[in-house]
Design a protein around this ligand. Sequence first.
Ligand code: ATP
Length: 549
Amino acid sequence: MSLDVTPNQRPAPTRNMEQIVSLCKRRGYMFQNSEIYGGCNGFWDYGPLGVELKRNIKDAWWHDMVTSHNDMEVLPGAPAIYSMTGIDSTIIMHPQVWKCSGHYDLFHDFMVDCRESKKRYRHDQIVGRWVQAKGKRIFATTQTSEQELEQLERQAMKFFKLRAKNKEQMEWDGDVIALVDLDAEHHESVLAPDAKTLDTLTEPREFNLMFKTTIGALGGENDAAFLRPETAQGIFVNFKNVIDSTRFRLPLGIAQTGKSFRNEITPRNFTFRSREFEQMEIEFFCHPDASGDWYRFWRDRRMQWYQDLGLSADRLILREHAASELAHYSIGTADIEYAFPFLPTGEYGELEGVSHRGDFDLRSHMEGKLTKELELELGEDGKPKHRGSGKDLSYRDDLTNEKFVPHVIEPSAGADRAALAFLCEAYCEDQAPDEKGKMQTRTVMRLHPRLAPIKAAIFPLVKKDGMPEVAKKIYLDLKKHFNVFYDDKGAVGRRYRRQDEAGTPYCITVDGQSLDDQTVTIRDRDSLKQSRVSIDECVAAIQEGLASQ
Ligand code: ATP
């Protein structure tokens, strides 16, 4: 018995970020961390629905990339057969890892402080425009955001003490430009994003994004360690261990998911830029001669993955970095970007970066920190600035006997950014009949069934006549197979609406007829169609329905 599932005719998702954020809190997808104490900026907690969603994303990624990977046949678009495996390394690693990887010296942003508002900004995220009124010309600024221009206008009006009706007195000059592009001699004219007077920003200062901690009780500077800012390095330092302890040959991808930490100067846009987040990274080791083909394969494969799980191709772009942006050893980097609703139209935010890293990382851990020209970086004393492990991390092909340092392709994704993109894409308002058949607006999360936190909800129509007993039995049967939810509170229409907001693909209702003929209705979240299915066939029907999308 199969469900009557109409192909998912998706109305355009609602692109209103405030509504999405409010639903996330109301329904338990995400909460501000330590909220009862006023929150901790840049940290987010996942609630009962959010934890399932994020787990489903990570499981789908691990399943699709690692465990279900077909290593017996050449995949479409791939240059050859390849293997995949995984590891789980620690968050705190030997401090030398970050010295050789370059993060210790180079992983920083420039920040500026405002002496007046005491606020801190990332230098590259301030934009501004020249404006003149009352005989004074200033460079009004704001942080890059959707309301960029309105905010600039408000900022300038406040400075010139103008009311809205007199805003025409301001003459704007030139385009909005980044503060970093403003010539230094104009800094006296800069009005900081939250200041009332001019020239309150400090000079830009470097700020390392790694969280520092101490190993052991004594804790001198020599015991300083860092929370990892990416999971990738755990894979590089274990490359040799994986090769030596398994029978894998190259090409081989090693995957890892886990927490990463970056002390971002301006965390914002909900969970998009957080200070603690989860990554899903693959380091794909291959022969240097084939690395260009592998780079293109991975770039396209990862782009397709997001679409297979429901992100619309119209809202995704693959942005190839210009040759001038690339490190000299790299032949390509592409960012997979999504049109998040909090960004201005035409702008995209990074979901994942796919980069060709050459042999930079393995060689750095062998020899010591390398320059972009792949030469050993020397300190003032002419000695290597940061010494490598001295271990041989090259690979010997047992068939050809060739020995080489593998090249690496790195598809590096963020689980939290993926969760946010799937939530933004899923949020939708449409018209659905209520119990009396009257059309009402409903909010529905059209999450892909693989990602939906709850796969089916089970309701007795009323709490009497033996219906709860039948419904509870179905619930316990289904629970062995899926994450399901039992609800017997309130009008059934309202129960449907709650499940629509939770993104639950199917609602099963036990009614009077169920007691006579052992059937139930199964309602499809998207098409709203109801099918009558025998109780014995419920599991199979849901299984089939979930698999058909
Ligand atoms: P951005 O330019 O947005 O700071 P990035 O280029 O520094 O990102 P990578 O170092 O390539 O990011 O990290 C890989 C992935 O990890 C990103 O594509 C993103 O999905 C995720 N990620 C990175 N920084 C954050 C963060 N602060 N919060 C949430 N996810 C992040």
